[in-house]
Design a protein around this ligand. Sequence first.
Ligand code: MRU
Length: 379
Amino acid sequence: MSNDSSNTLRSLIYNLDTTTTPPKATLSVLDQLLLPHNTAYIPIHTVSDAWTVIRTMQIRGAPLIAIVAVLGLAVDLTSNADTVSSLQNKSVDEIKQVIGEKMEYLKTSRPTAVNLFNAMEELSNIIIMDTSLDTREALLEKLTSHASYMLERDVSDNKLIGSHGADDILANRESDVKVQVITICNTGSLATAGWGTALGVARELCERGRMDGIACLETRPYNQGSRLTAYEILVEKMPNPTLLCDSMTSSFLANKVNPSNTVCIVGADRVCANGDTANKIGTFQLAIIAKEFGVDFYVASPFTTLDVKLASGKQIEIEERPAGELLESSCAPKDMRCWNPGFDVTPARYITGIITEKGVLRRSEDGTFDVKEFVEKHS
Ligand code: MRU
């Protein structure tokens, strides 16, 4: 088995050799810190390698973080000589304990995106809780086959998100109208196993010939918009690509585009039971600007990003990044004090709809989102 993203930028290369028992997995990930000027893949041999590329943001984006953790675990347990030999004389219960410890470690890499935690829980239910897996081979076979399934599912879910999102956005528009998209951060092939969430919706609009243009926000201070999304939309040859500093959005809407044909589409790292949504820092102010101009503001994310365990955005842990990242990307004196949160929470009242692979959740008549009901209905 090999992941084939030949029609997209490849955020990772994964191979599973099923001719051996148990199968052997190999993985390398695209170093996103080198983009857009250099392309280099980093080999992942251990869970520690996977943790490091997540922590240092050599890979990033909520779905990709989860997938790299899952595949990193599969590689470590099946192809890393040290782990393989240490498991040789262990009982199935002891191996399950080792897997559990490695999962706990992976969960310490980054805190805000819930996808990582949900992926570890899903894998734990499949591997650790299944008492019928009573040999090392059966356990590792199940781990690798489920990891492959999660990888393929990420891409197919993204494509569904794209088509549901495009359907909803175009539903009340004349068939000759083309849409101007504004997006923030990077939510494309580089943030996922392939295709993308918010950028996947944009790709679908493009494929349907219904996109007039796309503006990506630079996304200060880490610049995922200018380094990654600008690169992706050029590779994808999307129409009228435009890069904006985050602070230019209101002027862009006031002067350059028709707000009634414009739509904001953003990704998500966690969507709470009331619809409050954590996403890249700057998303909240984009939502406020969208509301001022009457522009629809959509959140696009996999179903696994919905976290109904949290009642509201106040409960989301927001990652604080090192001050140095902000200092390095600005011209500030090096001893300047900084606050550098990686994410913010957009209150649900600013959101038009939440696009998932199961469909689009819109507000109830009272103006609120019932994410819990949506999750129960589609689980
Ligand atoms: O810090 P990052 O680059 O991991 O943040 C990424 C985002 O905030 C994305 O918008 C989000 O993860 C959705 S990616 C499909």
